[in-house]
Design a protein around this ligand. Sequence first.
Ligand code: ADP
Ligand code: MG
Length: 353
Amino acid sequence: MIIMSDEKKTSLESIGEFKLIDELTKDFKTHHSSTIYGVGDDAAVIQRDENTVSLVATDALLEGIHFNLMYTPLMHLGYKAVMVNLSDIYAMNGTAEQITVTIAASSRFPKEALEELYKGIKKACDIYEVDLIGGDTTSSVSGLMISVTAIGTAKKEDVVYRNTAKENELIVVTGDLGAAYMGLQILEREKSVYKANPNIQPDLDGYDYLLERQLKPEARKDVVKFLKELDVKPTSMIDVSDGLASELFHLCKQSNVGAQIYDEKLPIDTAVSTTAIDFEISPTTCVLNGGEDYELLFSIKQEDFDKIKGNPHMTVIGHFTAKDSGLYLIDKQGAAIELKAQGWNHFNEGKNA
Ligand code: ADP
Ligand code: MG
């Protein structure tokens, strides 16, 4: 291979995704003052006019890494590929306006399959009011890849970054967490049963909520609107794509703070708790290390608490502390458990990105 020499090589598993991105991009200098914020947040921030910015985010989904076509309908996949990207625009407190879509498909996929994929993309565009404005189409040696770039906008003063949280601010998460991960466990279980005996029909009854959260997630456009209506500007924000622990770790690291969250406060749907227990997994583990919830995790000033108190879409789960205090989960017995940044790492887990 051309890239090999005698020097010692670093495997991608050992370095991890985030350190790899840091190292690959560290020597790039900015050439344009319009580049307000580049690598490191959910979306890049570009000056549009005096008071307005553009937001740009890209995420790709690969067959065998992010999805398995044995149980993922192509229409759902198209929808999800758009959601994953819109979620990053909303995580900047912005409005998504356009998408581009790039697909690479092997000869195994007929035109009709790609039409199904595009039905899902169209549905997402219609519901979320975004315009498909271009992309690229290529063949692939094996499998399907879909990469979406989302473009959005925000008033410059409204943009919320990951690196602006302060000690004592409240940590808030939207919706509930862990359901998409449990949905994946159900689908994987039924896949194994089917592989062992193709005559057995999959038993997916009663798991509607979990399956929907895995196969057809919704990005939280509504939350950006609610926050404006409540007159709350988060002090930091990120979307929950890789699990709560990993996202909290990003906010803490980039904002130079520590955090304490409380197990008893974590928003978990009863379908997640009961199914997790059947699978002998702790529901808290699903929340912390699952992923693909596409909820928003943000912080607010203490004085804004009254504005969100009792809001059915938002739960206060803890607060930021001094950096030296570290990152802890307080369990139901009151014991402090240190959180490690796990999340998904697609180089060593073979899942998600
Ligand atoms: P998210 O989970 O919000 O989509 P990622 O973890 O994928 O974010 O990426 C983190 C940051 O690193 C983002 O700002 C993203 O644009 C940037 N990034 C990711 N991969 C690359 C790459 N190969 N080259 C340059 N920047 C990258
Ligand atoms: Mg993100």
